[in-house]
Design a protein around this ligand. Structure first.
Ligand code: ADP
Ligand code: MG
Length: 208
């Protein structure tokens, strides 16, 4: 499923992805950025590139037309021989804690919902919680609290506590989607950037 379809499907379940617009050339990208306002993020849209930042195909914190033009060229260059469908111009998310929220369809257990903190916590420590769908609000709450890195969401070293209520709701929405949309094999919201009031979903991938 492409980016636009994934955003549409998530929206149907009340999950809003950060605003963005796919540009086919630099002129369209500049127009989109002007409309949503700087700072923006540029990233490649290509079925052939799944780890965009590993390839140098994500640029965050773009604050002017001039840096946007430069970033656009760099992304296209770094995409190399991959077929590029466009460049996504996204609003820059507020600072926060990066989470992953996912779904999987298991041959034995059926739809699953997955939660964890983003980055090294998931990749190295495998610090995630998993439940079989559908989940209750209490399940969602337990999923959030049982990961080892949960203290990072309660506000440490002067940072504000994250909006756990909003994340709980998001987990339930994803669970509902996984139950109803049988065609969805895998779903990845990675990252969801949570702050003290709400969150921004900045990267989505849905596999049918
Ligand atoms: P990929 O996972 O394919 O490398 P992402 O879209 O997840 O690409 O972007 C990589 C990283 O860039 C994210 O983990 C996040 O830290 C940052 N990022 C991406 N989009 C945004 C955004 N709109 N606002 C702020 N940071 C972003
Ligand atoms: Mg990502």
């Amino acid at each position: 499923m492409d980016y636009v379809q994934a955003v549409g499907l998530l929206e149907k379940y009340g999950v809003k992805v950060i605003s963005g617009s796919i540009a086919r050339d630099k002129r369209e990208a500049k127009k989109a950025a002007a409309k949503m306002g700087f700072p923006v993020v540029l990233k490649v849209v290509s079925k052939e590139i799944s780890h965009k930042s590993d390839k140098g195909c994500v640029r965050v914190g773009i604050t002017s037309e001039k840096t946007l033009e430069h970033a656009f060229d760099e992304i296209i260059h770094n995409a190399g021989s991959a077929k590029v469908d466009g460049v996504l111009v996204q609003k820059m998310a507020r600072k926060g804690v990066e989470l992953i929220v996912g779904g999987k369809r298991d041959a034995q257990f059926g739809p699953l919902v997955i939660f964890g903190l983003g980055g090294v916590f998931v990749e190295v420590l495998r610090d995630v919680s998993i439940r079989i769908c559908p989940i209750t609000e209490q399940d969602a709450d337990e999923m959030i609290r049982e990961i080892k890195t949960y203290p990072l969401l309660t506000g440490v070293r002067g940072t504000l506590p994250s909006d756990v209520t909003a994340i709980r709701k998001l987990l339930m929405q994803v669970s509902k989607l996984m139950v109803k949309e049988e065609k969805v094999k895998e779903l990845d919201l990675n990252p969801v950037i949570v702050h003290e009031k709400g969150y921004d979903v900045v990267d989505v991938r849905i596999v049918e």
